[in-house]
Design a protein around this ligand. Structure first.
Ligand code: PEP
Length: 256
């Protein structure tokens, strides 16, 4: 946690979710109602096909809805893509950019991720910018070098705490059930915090740094308690309302 920073618990549904999944979304929307929502922000990023209907399902809830990717352009001949303006038009308030699956599956570079984040900010959509080392990079002792490069090259100069969130997601921890040790998470987040402050001065003190990679109800409290961990980006465990809410509620004790 970071003093005076409101954590964000975010779910990334990836390419999962049909209309029937809206029941889970509704349950999450109901579950995050209550006093904890003043202290902890919650977000689900369903697939683009459910974006508009998802925002309609949670109008009475503090749960925010976001998208998983956007194009760098506002509109145009880009078959299959969606723009940040379209996300805003569906009442989406966040977009994930630079997820490792996009970096790998679509060969997205840091420069492209940065341009996507810039497009999001221009459309008044907050960007969750994902960074993280691969297993090979960690074994080679390159973790902090990779984080330094990705943070420098993927994050726009106009980043502010209200509009940009960093998600540190070790690639080898995503969907594997593996997590780094608490000491490794602490080291990575402390490094990122120092880099953010060096680049964005006092604003860098409150830019949220989420941890992502096999966050589950059973390990969330320990991970969220680590210094400079300002919430979670959750893949698999965000698909079930019960699991997402258990992770969200780990803040009940942490913030008591
Ligand atoms: C993710 O894809 O962002 C992620 C963290 O997935 P999981 O929680 O399933 O590891």
């Amino acid at each position: 946690m970071t003093p005076d920073v409101r954590p964000l618990v975010a779910g990334n549904w990836k390419m999962n979710g049909l209309r029937a999944s809206l029941d889970q979304l509704k349950a999450i929307g109901e579950g995050v109602k209550g006093p904890l929502s003043d202290k902890v922000e919650s977000l689900i990023c369903p697939p683009a096909t459910l974006l508009y209907v998802a925002t309609a399902v949670v109008t009475e809830s503090p749960l925010a809805i976001g998208a998983q990717d956007c194009h760098t352009a506002i509109s145009g001949a880009h078959t299959g893509d969606i723009s940040a303006e379209m996300i805003a038009d569906c009442f989406g308030t966040y977009v994930i950019v630079g997820h490792s699956e996009r970096r790998t599956d679509h060969a997205e570079s840091d420069a492209l991720v940065r341009a996507k984040a810039e497009a999001a900010l221009a459309a008044d959509v907050a960007a969750i910018i994902c960074i993280g080392e691969t297993g090979d990079e960690r074994k080679a002792g390159q973790t902090l070098d990779v984080l330094e490069r990705q943070l420098r090259d993927s994050v726009p100069d106009g980043a502010t705490a209200a509009r940009v969130v960093i998600a540190y997601e070790p690639v080898w921890a995503i969907g594997t059930g593996l997590t780094p040790s608490a000491a490794d998470v602490e080291e990575a987040h402390a490094f990122l915090r120092a880099e953010l402050i060096a680049r964005f001065s006092s604003e860098g003190k409150s830019i949220r740094i989420l941890y992502g990679g096999s966050v589950k109800p059973g390990n969330a409290a320990d991970l969220m308690a680590i210094a400079n961990v300002d919430g979670a980006l959750i893949g698999g465990a965000s698909l079930k309302a019960e699991d997402f809410l258990a992770i969200y509620r780990s803040y009940e004790t942490l913030l008591a």
